[in-house]
Ligand binder design. Structure first.
Ligand code: UT7
Length: 331
């Protein structure tokens, strides 16, 4: 049975850098609060006219160049995001058109911060089953156009940023490379602890003027509850992945935790007993880019930490749903 290897990763972070100082001009917050509570120093926001699928396109093109693939080598697209350009269809179809791939299937995944790992799990199953050999897996978000950037929404607004990461997945027969296992979880009892209530088909009509007034159209988060679950579930799901493969934390070259909060990453690191050089974070520069955070972080880690062929890499995520997930792979 073939395994799934990552042939290349591309990323796209919008040019516009939004510093904490800039946010202090929009809402009652401070550089000190944001850095102490989250580790974030700046994030990127799209320019007007730059959409989610545009970021994904740029990231995909960079990945294709790096792998030496033509767009037409892609046999399927898996696209993870919570912030689609339009209500429907999903951005997988828009990316399909922008890459010039009529007929190539496009699957949209909406599992928020765990979206990239849910997508990886599906793509890995397709590759192992022999259905496809070359898959484009994207995580892309545009949060900035949907945030309440007033003091009312400051707990959420300071955290999130825009960006995209695209991984090209290919079938390999090399037993020393590829995805070893993926582990997916959800607990919908907590669906309303981190969500955007409206617009939604539950409401008649689904879009109402009051939704802006009463802030139900903006993301809401019970921050401390999310935090507590994240620092428990992320180490748990990494341990499960290691145990399943007869490996230990000491075997890891690097862990890429979903970039939700630097304090969460540090607690996950401590819980797993990992050294500083075994965990990579870049939330300081980009904030929380949800489905994009793992591929964007992995791409930088590979370059900056010198991840080499055969090195053991763990990916872990926790977020809205609640959903959480991990993957273990040999680079
Ligand atoms: O990727 C999806 C998953 N998301 C996460 O994993 C996020 C998890 N949660 C967190 O990262 C943290 O809970 C936050 C960073 C969101 C908040 O940090 P916290 O230490 O849990 O703060 P808090 O919510 O307990 O709020 C403490 C205080 C409150 O004021 P009072 O009630 O103590 O007077 C807030 O109103 O901080 C206030 N506050 C702010 N102050 C300045 C909330 N947001 C801000 C802000 N600037 N941006």
């Amino acid at each position: 049975m073939p395994r799934t290897a990552i042939a290349a990763i591309g990323t796209c972070l919008p040019d516009r850098v939004v510093t904490n100082a800039e946010l202090t001009r929009l809402m009652d917050t401070s550089e000190e609060w944001i850095v102490q509570r989250t580790g974030i120093r700046e994030r990127r926001w799209v320019a007007e006219g730059q959409g989610n699928s545009d970021l994904a396109l740029a990231a995909s093109r960079q990945a294709l160049d790096r792998a030496g693939w033509k767009a037409t080598d892609v046999e399927a697209i898996v696209y993870a995001t919570l912030s689609t350009d339009h209500m429907f269809p999903g951005d997988g179809c828009f990316l399909n058109a922008k890459l010039g791939l009529p007929g190539v299937p496009a699957l949209d995944v909406r599992n928020q911060c765990s979206g990239f790992l849910y997508g990886l799990s599906v793509a890995d199953a397709w590759i192992r089953s022999g259905q496809y050999r070359r898959i484009l897996l994207v995580g892309s978000e545009v949060h900035s156009t949907g945030l309440d950037v007033t003091t009312r929404g400051r707990d959420v607004a300071v955290i999130f940023g825009d960006g995209a990461g695209a991984a090209l997945l290919e079938a390999t027969d090399d037993p020393a490379r590829g995805v070893l296992s993926t582990h997916l979880h959800a607990d919908g009892r907590f669906a309303r602890e981190l969500w955007t209530d409206a617009p939604g088909s539950f409401y008649h009509p689904r879009l109402q003027p009051r939704m802006l007034e009463d802030t139900s159209a903006f993301p809401k988060m019970e921050g401390q509850k999310v935090f507590k679950h994240a620092i428990t579930k992320m180490p748990e799901v990494v341990r499960a992945a290691l145990e399943k493969n007869g490996l230990t934390a000491a075997d890891l070259k690097v862990l890429i935790p979903h970039q939700a909060n630097l304090r969460i990453s540090e607690m996950v690191q401590r819980s797993l007993g990992l050294r500083d050089d075994q965990v990579f974070n870049n939330i300081q520069k980009y904030g929380n880019t949800t489905a994009a955070s793992i591929p964007v972080c992995l791409e930088e880690a590979v370059r900056e930490r010198g991840v080499a062929r055969g090195d053991l890499v763990a990916l872990a995520a926790f977020g809205a749903g609640f959903t959480w997930a991990s993957a273990l792979l040999r680079w």
